[in-house]
Design a protein around this ligand. Structure first.
Ligand SMILES: Nc1ncnc2c1ncn2[C@@H]1O[C@H](COP(=O)(O)OP(=O)(O)O)[C@@H](O)[C@H]1O
Ligand SMILES: [Mg+2]
Length: 593
């Protein structure tokens, strides 16, 4: 009774509902491959049928040899060999089919996950470490793709094998069925206790796996800092601690599994010897032949083996559900809205000549951790203007650029793309900021964001059909051509991970060139010239402004020299964004020097 109550409580707690939800989600992937999975299942079943036939044939063979039956020895022997070869062919074929489906499903899950992760809202995604994401993308997706193939078809197969063996036993001599079935309750009871422990240890070992992946990821990408601070012993100790944690989680389950399988072995030994005894007794009484006895022994062994196999599906199903849970956790995060692509493109096509500006009104924003950055701020930037955002570090300059790019969504207030020099209050056509509007932006982020590959690859990342000449022009505007042209391989020189192989100032100029090449109506430069000397910085900004493209440029900066070039300067400070007048700008410039 208490058991029943326990299960009812579990259902009420929603655990079963959750499990069913996870299995349903997995089914969504399996559904598309139902034909392949069906073929695979049928192949498995035909293996079962041939093995049943072979048990009948081997009965005949034994009876012929022991003289009970005067059949044709050679023909029966040939049938036996034929069946063995046939079974082997089926096994090979189903192995091939299963590999093929498994790779297909694996690719499908991984590509879908990849797309969904990329389209997830940035702030929600930053809750996960990139190493953790890698682990989920790689490990959990593989568990699911192999699970879909192993669990569903194999379970159906085992069920079929169980039913057909049972049918044969009942058909020829029901008394043998007792031995085969006697082991079921014991097996079920022995496995039951280990299930909960298994689930916990499985989940915790996967979580530790994620932790380890994050740790390695971070260590390898920050190897310079690790070396510079002489942290080698510390880091190798940390890895070993994680490994120890991982080992403990894995072994916790293994211990239960070992005891469990030992109990199952004893049970099956007892069952098998009793069946032998019963068989010998029946042969002695003359009820059955030797051949029939060997057949029954084979069948009852297959029956109890199948039961054990079916029980082992429970833990596999739990693993599968755990992996689904970890993937669903990521895939359920809020997604960005890319549904306005055409609308934005049409808007820009219409206002290409006059250009487009950007305006925000009454924006308030706080990060998910509670850090309030803006309270009711507004600003405007129009084509042919350079607008500066200045302010101490950590006041919200980068955050404002994220608002423009819709990488974050303000809790209140709104941003617009306005045609020409229009403002949201004027009659000028306008469009609300959204993720699709990013096609109008070029962005030079703070820090090094070049990708590995050649310089030309990096440039063509943002404009696929750019010619070499266009790339060189962009490099010239960014004052990068002087050093790129001196490289032996020019624009085909390799950049390593995160801009490796180039100085910070060079990487910044490459990053500016990439943004210039994109020729977007709005250009955002986030302290993009911080590593350049004053002279080069001035030159770059003047080059950018020299073309007659109706571009709206917004720069965040500390440098006073830049402020001279700007149309308007906004100070971002204390959650406010205030327009500075000439005197205040002069004051600021003086303050720097
Ligand atoms: N991803 C984030 N999550 C939480 N807080 C953040 C995040 N990024 C920045 N902040 C906080 O927001 C504030 C503004 O940061 P930021 O816009 O990067 O400053 P700035 O670019 O002016 O130096 C800082 O207090 C910073 O700690
Ligand atoms: Mg910043």
């Amino acid at each position: 009774m208490s058991r029943v109550r326990h299960y009812i409580r579990q259902i009420k707690n929603g655990r079963l509902k959750e499990l069913l939800g996870q299995l349903g989600w997995i089914y969504g992937f399996a559904r598309k491959h139902v034909v392949f999975i069906g073929i695979f299942t049928l192949l498995g079943m035909s293996g079962t049928v041939t093995s049943l036939i072979s048990s009948l044939v081997s009965r005949d063979l034994v009876d012929i040899i022991t003289g009970q039956q005067t059949g044709k020895l050679l023909a029966t022997f040939a049938a036996m060999i034929g069946i063995t070869l046939g079974t082997s062919c089926i096994t090979q074929l189903s192995g091939y089919v299963s590999n093929k489906i498994s790779i297909k499903i694996d690719n499908e899950i991984k590509s879908q996950m990849f797309d969904e992760i990329l389209a997830t809202e940035w702030e929600a995604l930053t809750r996960y470490h990139s190493g953790d994401l890698m682990m989920r993308w790689n490990g959990d997706a593989s568990v699911i793709s192999s699970g879909i193939l192993n669990i569903i078809p194999s379970f159906i197969n085992y069920l079929f094998r169980f039913a057909s063996s049972l049918f044969m036993v009942l058909h020829y001599d029901a008394s043998f069925a007792v031995f085969a079935l006697a082991s079921i309750p014991v097996s079920v009871y022995a496995s039951r206790t280990s299930l909960k422990k298994l689930q916990q240890s499985n989940l915790s070992s996967m979580n530790i796996g994620s932790k380890m992946s994050s740790f390695n990821n971070e260590t390898f990408s920050n190897i310079q800092a690790v070396k510079a601070f002489d942290l080698l012993p510390l880091y190798s100790r940390r890895l070993r601690e994680l490994q120890k944690e991982y080992t403990q989680a894995r072994l916790k389950y293994q211990r239960v599994a070992v005891i469990n399988s030992f109990i199952l072995t004893i049970v099956s030994l007892v069952v098998s010897y009793s069946a032998h005894g019963w068989g010998i007794y029946k042969v002695w009484k003359g009820d059955i032949t030797y051949g029939t006895m060997t057949m029954f022994l084979a069948l009852s062994a297959s029956l109890s083996g199948t039961v054990d196999n079916m029980i082992s599906f429970i833990p596999s199903t739990i693993n599968l559900a755990n992996s689904a849970k970890r993937l669903m956790g990521v895939l359920d995060l809020p997604k960005e809205d890319y549904s306005h692509k055409e609308e934005v493109a049409a808007f820009f096509a219409e206002h290409k000549e006059e250009g487009v500006g950007i305006s925000v009104r009454n924006v308030s924003y706080a990060y998910a951790n509670g850090t309030e950055v803006f309270e009711n701020v507004s600003l405007d930037a129009h084509p042919h203007e350079v607008i500066a955002l200045v302010g101490p570090s950590g006041e919200g300059k980068t955050t404002m650029l994220r608002v423009f790019l819709s990488i974050i969504r303000p809790q209140s207030g709104i941003g617009y793309i306005c045609a020409g020099a229009g403002t949201p209050e004027s009659d000028a056509p306008k469009l609300e900021l959204n993720a699709s509007a990013r096609q109008l932006f070029a962005y030079v982020p703070q820090g090094n964001t070049m990708f590995s590959g050649t310089i030309a690859d990096n440039m063509r990342n943002v404009k696929e059909d750019a010619s070499d000449e266009e790339i060189i022009d962009a490099l010239k505007i960014a004052c990068a051509w002087d050093f790129v042209s001196r490289l032996p391989e020019g624009i085909h020189s390799e950049i390593k991970e995160r801009g490796g192989g180039f100085s910070e100032g060079q990487a910044q100029r490459l990053s500016i060139a990439r943004a210039v090449l994109r020729q977007s109506p709005i250009l955002l430069l986030d302290e993009a010239t911080s590593a350049l000397d004053m002279h080069t910085e001035h030159q770059v900004l003047q080059n950018i402004m020299a073309d007659h493209y109706p571009r709206t440029t917004i720069v965040t900066t500390h440098r006073p020299s830049v402020l001279h070039l700007c149309k308007r300067v906004y100070s971002i400070h204390d959650k406010q964004c205030t327009l500075l007048d000439k005197a205040q700008i002069e004051e600021m410039i003086k303050g720097y020097s």
